[in-house]
Design a protein around this ligand. Sequence first.
Ligand code: BTN
Length: 237
Amino acid sequence: MNIIKKDVITSTNDYIKDNYETLENYTVVTANYQTKGKGRISRTWESKPCENIIFSMLINDFKNRTDLNLLSLVASVSVHKLLRKYLKNIFIKWPNDILVDNKKICGILLEGKSNKKSSMIVIGIGINVNQITFSNEIDSLTTSLKKELNLHFDIDNLVLELRNQLINDIEEFLNNNNSFIDYIRDNLFGRNQLISYTKDNKEYEGIILDINNDGKLIIKKEEEILYINSGEIKIKR
Ligand code: BTN
C-alpha cells in the first residue's frame, strides 16, 4: 500500500479525488503544505509548512457498502487511539473533531465521489503535531502534540502509525464489527453538558446524552429527545 509524499499541493483530498481511478485502495497522500487546505462546512484548514500531519486516504469502491457518517466516526476513533498513546484528557467531539481538554488537535473531512463505474471516499485528516502558534482567531482554541508536551515528534513515523491504525479499524468496521461505537461512548466530549447545535440553518440548545448505535448524537431538548445525524455542536459556557 502506497504512501505518496507531496511537498506543496492544493489539498491532499483533492489530489485523491482527481486521481483515484489510478490509485490502489488505501493509498495515502501526505503533504508538507496545502495551499487550499479544506475544513468542514466550507472552512479552510490552517497548517504551517512541514509542522503537522496532512493526510488523506483513499477508500475505493465504496458503493452501497455503508454509511459515510459511520466511516467518519471510525476515522475519529483511529486518530484518538493514536493520540492517546501520548496524551491524556483526549476526547472525541461528535462527529469527528479530536480535542485535548477543550482544544482542537485534529480535524477530519470525508468526501465522496462516484461515476457510473465506481465510487470512492477520501478520508482527510489534519493533526497538529509540531506547530505551537496558530492564527489569532483560533490560537486559544487549538493545540498540538508539541504545545501539550513540549516535545518534537517525527511526522513520518506518526503517519505510518495512523495509516496502520486506520486500515485495521476500517477492516473491522467493514466486517460488521461495531465496537467503535462503544469506544466513542467512552471518550465522548461534552456528555451532560449544554450545547448549541445548528440544523437546517437554525440554532438550538440541548444537552448531550450519548450516541446511539447508528452513530447519531442523542440530545435532550427540553422534554424532547433528538437524534442528530450531521451538523456542528458548540458547548455553551
Ligand atoms: C475540519 O476540522 O474542519 C476538517 C479538517 C480536515 C483537514 C484535512 S488536512 C488533509 C485533508 N486535506 C484537506 O484539504 N483537508 C483535509
